[in-house]
Design a protein around this ligand. Sequence first.
Ligand SMILES: NC(=O)c1ccc[n+]([C@@H]2O[C@H](COP(=O)([O-])OP(=O)(O)OC[C@H]3O[C@@H](n4cnc5c(N)ncnc54)[C@H](O)[C@@H]3O)[C@@H](O)[C@H]2O)c1
Length: 311
Amino acid sequence: MIDFTGQVAIVTGAGRGLGRLYAIELARRGAAVVVNDLGGTMQGHGSDSTVADQVVKEIEDSGGTAVSSAESVATPEGGEAIVHAAVDRFGRLDAVVSNAGIFHTVGFDELKVDDWRGMLSVHLDGGFYLSQPAFRVMKSQGYGRFVFITSSAGMFGQPNSAHYAAAKAGLVGLANAIAVEGAEHGIHANTVLPFGYSRMVTETAGEREHISTDESSFLYAIQPDLVVPIVVFLASRTCELTHHNYSACAGRFARVFIGLGEGWLADRGSEPTADDIRDHLAVVQATEPFTVPTSIFDEVAEICARLSISA
Ligand SMILES: NC(=O)c1ccc[n+]([C@@H]2O[C@H](COP(=O)([O-])OP(=O)(O)OC[C@H]3O[C@@H](n4cnc5c(N)ncnc54)[C@H](O)[C@@H]3O)[C@@H](O)[C@H]2O)c1
């Protein structure tokens, strides 16, 4: 059994929805857990410290160990305080599940600057404010696991959520950079794109009980518990993977990756024009063959090899 005995985990947004399930499962497997949740509305208004407290009680009632944090991830002080809660109370930090999030839909041409900034501040800034102090602790230990909760909305696109999609895609960039910089310190970073029936679904698509059976089958299929296994695996010492993204949808677990096509290489020393791009579009567009670079250097090395030049 994958086990977290002696380990300490932070789960943000753990008072409700999917985050609560990650925290409970990590605690069941022996982790001491910082249950962080601001306790606001889905749109990001208000706060309620009892939301995190209730999950701590649930964990403790089952014999687990947890501490509550009602800080917001959306400020540098909040991120620091969440990491301090782990280190001060439990003495170390092994895994961070960066899960806290808000959501609302609005057409792109109606999106207000405040909505844009508010969304980025929780998801993307929040990911940074939490992960930087956590990274420092993990680096000093020579060990750590980050799981950033992102979204298919960001990786693949979704209507009426440009702010959310951009913030979630930004987290993939953050995880990529942490994976590259963390490798030599035993720090791994991966992301998960979940689908789970939570208030983010009910407040957007409606309660499944009020939707016809045909329409709602998918909503019944995306039991939130079905996301937990991959998050817990990626947070564990068993996981040697890093720099990867995984989709978890209705019991289907799959890698999501950004591939680089072989492309069309203009003759060395030539001056390719827009007309050349049009003429070679099929090769420029081709998705086979492809590589999955593990950093910008992989891409540079590959092109240098083809051009017979030094990197
Ligand atoms: N449910 C899905 O299908 C789905 C799909 C893709 C991505 N996600 C992502 O999964 C994560 C969890 O979503 P969920 O569906 O469980 O939603 P949820 O609303 O049930 O849970 C999110 C939790 O985050 C907390 N939170 C919000 N802002 C915070 C802040 N600034 N600081 C600390 N806590 C804060 C909320 O209080 C809430 O309890 C989110 O990041 C969401 O974007 C969910």
